[in-house]
Design a protein around this ligand. Structure first.
Ligand SMILES: NC(=O)C1=CN([C@@H]2O[C@H](COP(=O)(O)OP(=O)(O)OC[C@H]3O[C@@H](n4cnc5c(N)ncnc54)[C@H](OP(=O)(O)O)[C@@H]3O)[C@@H](O)[C@H]2O)C=CC1
Ligand SMILES: O=CC(=O)O
Length: 313
């Protein structure tokens, strides 16, 4: 079996060595420009079009991340990039679920325990105990309830918060109230105090966190964007913060990355920023997952993790 690998920033040699350990019988090589030798599987991130185009013999392409929006948007421009019938897989969890849990729980607790207010008081040397927030006033709403949204929901129910989720199809997750489809979006938003975004980037979800959505949240709400920058209309977020409708926001992803130095988000006192690190690809877990999936394909089984080209995630 032949496997080709391309990632613009990962340490390719260590990936090739790690994959070789997982799949000792495979011939695994870094793909370089001009390489049109046969391959059964391709492992990619931001692949050049010529790496995949015309490779009808591929049994699978693996995206080396959870989101496949960059591959699918390239596919829009170059429809022949992924030969018809070749399945595209993405990383399902592979350690990202735990990272998302760490990120979401720590920030929700930060807001719930009013550390943002105490930090502001500290700037004034102000020693002033504040009223506690009550869990029943701190409903967490998850936009997106897939692999990562579900993990985040589990961790927040464990902390005793009321948790609800919104997805395309209804969910039956313990302790989580499920809303589905555009017709239930308003009900989902009504009373949501902390909005956590874990949607994929698709034509239906771009710009979804906008002025109209923010207006429907509970007063003094918070926004945690962990998915993609294009989901959020940054100007609408700033307006909602400045009007007092929103109390705070923590953003890991931005419509333009790196976030330009002149973005007003940098200076806003109630916006916290991380540089797209909420959940990164963990090499060992990703390699084990890819190897397991390849073995399933080779045995004629149907693995999970295949991207629906129709739905765009
Ligand atoms: N910041 C970071 O470091 C990282 C960000 N991400 C982002 O997180 C995203 C989510 O990852 P993951 O949980 O694995 O993805 P999944 O595909 O498992 O989950 C996506 C969820 O969104 C829901 N959804 C999709 N379209 C719609 C829609 N139109 N209306 C309502 N709900 C919708 C799906 O509904 P249903 O369940 O009904 O299908 C599903 O619940 C990734 O696409 C990626 O962009 C991922 C990793 C790291
Ligand atoms: O943003 C990262 C990903 O894996 O998707």
């Amino acid at each position: 079996m032949d496997i080709i690998f391309y990632h613009p920033t990962f340490d390719t040699q260590s990936w090739l060595a790690g994959l070789q350990q997982q799949l000792p019988d495979a011939r695994i090589r870094e793909w370089r420009e001009g390489d049109d030798r046969p391959a059964d599987y391709a492992l990619v991130w931001h692949p050049p079009v010529e790496m995949l185009a015309g490779r009808h013999q591929l049994k699978g392409v693996f995206a080396l991340g959870a989101g496949v929006d960059s591959i699918l948007s390239k596919l829009q421009a170059y429809p022949d990039m992924l030969p018809a019938g070749v399945p595209l897989f993405r990383l399902e969890d592979t350690g990202m679920g735990l990272q998302m849990q760490e990120y979401a729980v720590s920030q929700v607790l930060h807001w719930f325990r009013r550390f943002d207010d105490y930090q502001a008081q500290k700037q004034q040397a102000n020693w002033q105990p504040l009223d506690d927030y009550r869990r029943e006033d701190f409903t967490i709403g998850l936009l997106g309830a897939g692999v990562l949204g579900r993990k985040v929901a589990e961790s927040l129910t464990a902390w005793g918060f009321p948790v609800r989720c919104w997805s395309r199809r209804k969910k039956d997750y313990p302790g989580v109230t499920s809303f589905a489809g555009v017709e239930q979006l308003s009900d989902f938003l009504n009373g949501t105090r902390v909005l956590i975004n874990l949607l994929p980037n698709t034509p239906q979800t771009v710009g979804i966190i906008n002025a109209s959505l923010l207006a429907r949240l509970a007063d003094e709400a918070y926004v945690l964007n962990l998915a993609r920058g294009v989901h959020l209309v940054e100007a609408d977020l700033l307006a909602a913060l400045d009007s007092g409708k929103l109390k705070g926001a923590m953003l890991d992803v931005f419509s333009k990355e790196p976030l330009p130095v002149d973005s007003p988000l940098w200076k806003h006192p109630r916006v916290a920023i991380t540089p797209h690190v909420a959940a990164v690809t963990r090499a060992d877990e990703a390699m084990a997952y890819i190897a397991k999936t390849i073995r399933q394909i080779e045995k004629g089984e149907t693995p999970t993790g295949e991207v629906s080209l129709q739905h765009g995630y």
